[in-house]
Design a protein around this ligand. Sequence first.
Ligand SMILES: Nc1ncnc2c1ncn2[C@@H]1O[C@H](COP(=O)(O)OP(=O)(O)OP(=O)(O)O)[C@@H](O)[C@H]1O
Length: 663
Amino acid sequence: MSAAEIKMVRSTAEINRENLEAVLRGRFFYAPAFDLYGGVSGLYDYGPPGCAFQANVIDVWRKHFILEEDMLEVDCTMLTPFEVLKTSGHVDKFSDWMCRDFNTGEIFRADHLVEEVLEARLKGDKEARGLLEDANASAQEDNNKKKRKNKVKQIKAVKLEDDVVKEYEEILAKIDGYSGEELGQLMEKYNVGNPVTGESLEAPRAFNLMFETAIGPSGQLRGFLRPETAQGQFLNFNKLLEFNNSKTPFASASIGKSFRNEISPRAGLLRVREFLMAEIEHFLDPEDKSHPRFAEVKDTKLSFLPREVQQAGSTEPIVMSIGEAVKTKLVDNETLGYFIARIAKFLLTIGVDETKMRFRQHMANEMAHYAADCWDGELKTSYGWIECVGCADRSAYDLTVHSNKTKQKLVVRQKLDTPVEVKKWEIDLTKKLFGPKFRKDAPKVEAYLLNLSQAELKAKSEELKANEKIIFQVDGIEGNLELDGNFITIEERTKTEHVREFVPNVIEPSFGIGRIIYSVFEHSFWNRPEDTARSVLSFPPLVAPSKVLLVPLSNHKDLAPITAQISKLLRAEKIPFKVDDSGVSIGKRYARNDELGTPFGITIDFASIKDGSVTLRERDSTKQVRGSATDIIGAIREITYNGVSWDEGTKDLAPFVSQSETV
Ligand SMILES: Nc1ncnc2c1ncn2[C@@H]1O[C@H](COP(=O)(O)OP(=O)(O)OP(=O)(O)O)[C@@H](O)[C@H]1O
């Protein structure tokens, strides 16, 4: 089969998840953690091929984003104090909706439950409609009237009314955007309860997803395991800006574990409680969201699922270039568009199937209140369309809240070519009166007043005018404080400014590496049509865990020196390989490696002893060529690391009549 034909088989075949999971667990890509103790849901360990695959994906990510865009990588601590996550909004808002079954004690995530139940009903309806058609068609031939009547009655019981089907479809298209109350109403209206017993459940209530802990032995300092890497990047903003010679735009990046206490993690690697994230925070001028390299990606064609389409209850994507999407304002700005296109390129490089990738815009009620626009990179799997990369314009939210809380400026200062006149609120303190009034607290009060924002100064000036005093509170000082016009003056003054000061906005592409990896597993998996028991994982050579299987035809002692010699050559080239000199048939050894996704096999036979030549086998097509070990290794290197095609990379090697692939 040609490469295109194989791709078609992979793209169109319905994935047999059981079969895939048997291969992935059998070859120890990953396994449930602590399984000797019965396991803990949502926690997994990666085995050797899983680790190698993940390391290769991360390596591509680092080159594709950090090196290509000259990003500033940071590695921040995972333990985060309460105060940081309180300020960021996670303590109050980072939750999902859960509902409990009082009788069985089971706990469900409300939106997922509604989704699963409605989907199952729609599936039943679809089957029933098909069966009804068949039953009607065979009605004439069916002599047993009673039997026929019963059959139709049974089918009609699962068939839904047309308008109910429409309502279900509309709800499913908007499922990510409902509040807890709305989910409760849907559950009541459509009678959604425990899917096994049918019993009704308690109303949805918010469950915070962060794992809480105490830092230090006193138990006084509350903390959490971080639910994302982003906060560490925001808190280091000033240092990163200085490192970047005070220039924007620039991006920071971080790769590390995050933790979320998911309500019911049931979709394998797709929803886990500890996972690897790779996140970028691109800091830019809110008044200029253009991107200098946008022209390079503008013709990239992508599938978009805009907000309005979902709102209308449809899941039909629109295909257009990212240039067009930004021009028509479907995507808010160039930088957001640039990253969407780069995300797509990355996903395709590591083996995502283009026909199973789309970008879905968040609906208004799904988006964080501060976000200007947000698109999810979704991949189609046997679990449905799954968000694997979030790409949001987070505006100036995070830097602003941390700055307000800590009273530290998190801003960019830009020298102006021509000075500008600006009106600014300013506060003057009669400092000599502060000491006697506030004693040791005087510096805290002064710092508080000097750090008031423009809006706060304006409000305080109005308060002072109306009441001849201001009342305020300062963190760490008990009770209300009061000051009159003897202590402070607040005025709006006209100033000539030579420097512009602004809080940068942030565009954040956020990757869940485990979800992406699992999706690539599904997109790469197929069975050979000529022998469906043989499974293959067609990873791109660049990310395949091992690149070469080295197989001596038999374990005859004369073949051992050549195996050692080729191993040495491969090691010198830093090409990951494995030797399989087990006595089993060559076909069986290839089959084992097809399941590991190893793209190349080098076979050493008795002719190799005479002339030093070896055979190179390609995993997907099973094509073989023959040449010297050096030429064959050269071809492997070019195909694996330099993006050369098989035909191009092996054009100078002799075709080889295939050895038996029979297992
Ligand atoms: N429980 C999880 N297991 C694995 N990956 C996850 C999990 N939660 C989030 N991710 C990954 O982290 C990325 C960024 O997280 P984000 O907060 O945007 O996800 P989310 O919207 O909370 O996801 P979901 O709605 O599916 O729970 C996601 O695109 C996804 O790839």
